[in-house]
Design a protein around this ligand. Structure first.
Ligand code: FMN
Length: 452
């Protein structure tokens, strides 16, 4: 079975939390302390990832600061001073040439027309490198900035997401690829027969169209999805072309891989139309010992208030601050799982019950990697593990979460990437100019072209 993957290459994404994935990364003396609003920093890390031939860089998003205990929040910069990704990425596109530029935009607190327009614009500006991570918002505080007192329930927000994405895809087909003739001789700028109105009227949205952006280089920017619950998987099977997911064991990753790819036939999609890229919090050293020392330094810098707050978020806001840090996780009522993303909550509960971790051990595991799988070792050890997961059909690639930036990313590019290339597991050079070329995804035909 392993041999079937010969010739296939791993896909690699780089997740850019400004100062790095580790919650205590910003405390390290080498960190870019103001990273969230420092454009030169983002330009540098994008260029490092491109030098390492990464398929894509990804920036997550929330349309709110975090709410919670200020004693914890003030020690943890995430989303407190942060660029709007769709303002940042066009600027990154201008200082890079091949790497995919992928950002989150929420379907809970946006309008489809805005999102269709922004990502189509980004696709033009980047010459075909744009990707949209479709999320339903995991930060409950976002509701308060958009006229609501509560976040949408889990099912409702996915329901809205499906309609939202269908509209966006429809708007991206507003113009045929050759609609803009721009013919000075005849004085005709576009061909009216190649313009299409969407005329969508649905449960959540009503959008006439057309979009005021020409069909973009990739036809549709690449769609990513990052929810792994039952509904999340179904939605991913329907339209996602890349999936980000926390997976902590090869058996679990294989189950997820088989399950998700197996669902795609229902929507008339072949399995290779979707690339599964679990998160990898890789901490690489020249030796295992060096990597372990880096990790320990970071782990020891996690303030307990921050650890508890992160864990509280992961379990849907159930307040853990009054419990003994060295005691067990208390029972958490089921309904908290509908407020949180279910995936993180299930992982935390499993570690608590199966491995009998205390609250302190739980937050150290969760906060250190922000819910992703941690791999600590030399380049050979890390490449061995990645190879096993790839060859045994657990993944199509990985979303690497460098623990620190830029250092953790440079280490990966200098040490792990050449090791993967030597094993013919990763590209020596980009396959083509667009994100679709590199991910091995087809350019979608317009629904109108397909109809005719
Ligand atoms: C790698 C990764 C990146 C994510 N990025 C975001 C993000 O930027 N914004 C957000 O609101 N949620 C983000 N999420 C959360 C998911 O998109 C999703 O909203 C959450 O997991 C709940 O979905 P689920 O219950 O189906 O798992 C991310 C999840 C993962 C694994």
């Amino acid at each position: 079975m392993r041999d079937q993957r010969r010739g296939e290459k791993l896909k690699l994404g780089a997740f850019f939390h400004p100062t790095g994935n580790h919650v205590a990364a910003w405390l390290q003396p080498e960190a870019q302390i103001d990273a969230g609003t420092n454009f030169r920093h983002y330009a540098e890390i994008a260029q490092i990832a491109e030098h390492g031939k990464f398929d894509l860089m990804f920036v997550a998003d929330a349309v709110a600061t975090r709410d919670g205990k200020l004693s914890a929040l003030s020690r943890w910069p995430q989303y407190m001073a942060y660029f709007d990704p769709l303002t940042l990425l066009p600027a990154i596109a201008a200082v890079t040439s091949h790497i995919g530029v992928v950002a989150t935009a929420t379907t809970s607190y946006n309008e489809p027309y805005h999102i269709a327009r922004k990502f189509a614009s980004l696709d033009h500006i980047s010459n075909g490198r744009a990707g949209w991570n479709v999320v339903t918002s995991s930060n409950i505080s976002e509701a308060f900035n958009f006229g609501r007192e509560q976040h949408y329930e889990h099912e409702e927000r996915y329901d809205r997401a499906v309609e939202f994405v269908e509209i966006v895809q429809g708007l991206w087909d507003s113009w045929d690829d050759d609609a803009f003739v721009r013919d000075r001789a005849s004085g005709r700028y576009f061909d009216p027969a190649k313009l299409h109105h969407l005329n969508h009227k649905g449960e959540h949205f009503s959008v006439r169209g057309p979009l005021n952006v020409a069909r973009s280089p990739q036809g549709h920017p690449v769609l990513f999805q990052a929810g792994s619950s039952e509904t999340g998987r179904e939605v991913a099977a329907r339209f996602a072309e890349g999936v980000f997911t926390p997976q902590h064991s090869l058996a679990g990753a294989q189950e997820f891989y088989r399950d998700l790819k197996g669902r795609m036939a229902r929507y008339g999609r072949p399995p290779e139309a979707l690339k599964i890229m679990p998160g990898l919090n890789a901490i690489v050293g020249r030796t295992k010992q060096e990597a372990l020392e880096k990790y320990e330094r970071l782990q020891q810098s996690i303030h307990p208030d921050v650890g508890i707050e992160l864990l509280t978020n992961a379990v849907g806001g159930f307040d853990l601050s009054e419990y003994d840090l060295d005691g067990p996780l208390p029972d958490i009522p089921d309904h908290y799982g509908t407020l949180a993303g279910k995936t993180s909550m299930n992982n935390v509960l499993r570690w608590a019950h199966e491995e009998k971790l205390t609250i302190r051990q739980l937050y150290q595991r969760f906060a250190g990697a922000r819910g992703q799988r941690t791999l600590i070792g030399s380049a050979v050890e890390i490449a061995d593990d990645m190879e096993e997961w790839f060859r045994d059909y657990g993944v199509d690639g990985f979303l690497v979460h460098p623990a620190t930036l830029p250092g953790g990313l440079s280490d990966f590019v200098e040490l792990v990437v050449p090791e993967l290339q030597n094993r013919a597991l990763f590209r020596e050079d980009y396959e083509g100019p667009t994100l679709r070329d590199n991910l091995g995804l087809e350019r979608p035909a317009s629904r109108y072209a397909a109809a005719s």
